[in-house]
Design a binder for this molecule. Structure first.
Ligand code: BTN
Length: 264
């Protein structure tokens, strides 16, 4: 752990306030507490292990000790809520660029928040917003979990067949701190792009999104429906058509792509 913390501090040096924890329930929960106490924009929380790592749609995120990068970043972006709604999209594109920068690994994006390699999950993102008493956005927490040095036996049984790690992709262990450095650099660029020139980042996300153009299953409020995905709009919503030709916008829920994560 001391070695991990030293390596992280070297990679991230003066670029941000960095808190490194041995074990925590969830770095997102920890970062939320810090943000509500006034922690600065750009504060980064990284843990070596999470005992209650959280995912989207109320799921858990397995976070075994010493194997993954479990990271949450506090952002105070001064953007309206509508614009912050696609922070997950920009974070996913930042993570994609970080894999490329750090290890030359090309990944795809499964809408909205998963980075995949050969149909298996490599990384998940959980974005949470905090609001002031006036109802305006106060802070955002961007939580990123990356499977780095996991072997197949390190995953819980229920996700083992759907998950991969950088170690399995590259055939060698990776330095998590190098990835953290690339991720924070790319996230900083993503925040600038969101505010000033979002188009090229949105288009890059679309190009690498494995969900667009596919027949999918929409899982919303316990209901499962088939649909075809046409495009993603600038707010991050999917434009789909139902089998009877009805167009619909999808803002949330699970969108399963055939051949991925056990959907045949
Ligand atoms: C998902 O797969 O639905 C999102 C997973 C997000 C996991 C990361 S790990 C760091 C941060 N802390 C959490 O509790 N969750 C995020």
């Amino acid at each position: 752990m001391d070695h991990y913390e030293a390596a992280l501090r070297q990679q991230l040096h003066s670029s941000c306030d960095l808190i490194v924890l041995d074990t925590v329930d969830s770095t997102n929960l920890y970062a939320k507490k810090l943000a509500s106490q006034g922690a600065a924009h750009g504060t980064v929380v990284i843990a070596d292990c999470q005992t209650a790592g959280r995912g989207r749609l109320g799921r858990s995120f397995a976070s075994p000790k010493g194997l993954g990068l479990y990271c949450s970043v506090i952002l105070r972006l001064n953007l309206p809520t509508e614009q912050l709604m696609n922070l997950t999209v920009f974070t996913a594109e930042a993570a994609r660029r970080a894999f490329l920068e750090a290890f030359g690994v090309e990944t795809g994006i499964k809408w909205i928040n998963d980075l995949v390699f050969e149909r298996k999950k490599l990384c998940g993102i959980l974005t949470e917003l905090g609001f002031s008493s006036q109802g305006t956005p106060d802070y955002a927490i961007v939580g990123i979990g990356i499977n780095c040095n996991h072997l197949p036996s390190d995953f819980p049984e229920e996700v083992a067949l759907m998950a991969t790690s950088l170690r399995q992709i590259l055939g060698r262990p990776v330095d998590r701190s190098v990835l953290a450095g690339a991720l924070i650099r790319q996230l900083t660029l993503a925040a600038e792009a969101m505010a000033h020139e979002p188009a090229s980042w949105l288009n890059s996300y679309r190009t690498h999104c494995v969900t667009i153009g596919q027949d999918v299953q929409l899982v919303q409020n316990g209901q499962i429906r088939s649909a075809h995905v046409i495009e993603m709009d600038d707010q991050g919503a999917l434009l789909v058509v139902l089998p009877d030709g009805t167009p619909e916008k999808v803002f949330s829920g699970e969108v399963s792509v055939r051949g991925m994560y056990g959907y045949q």
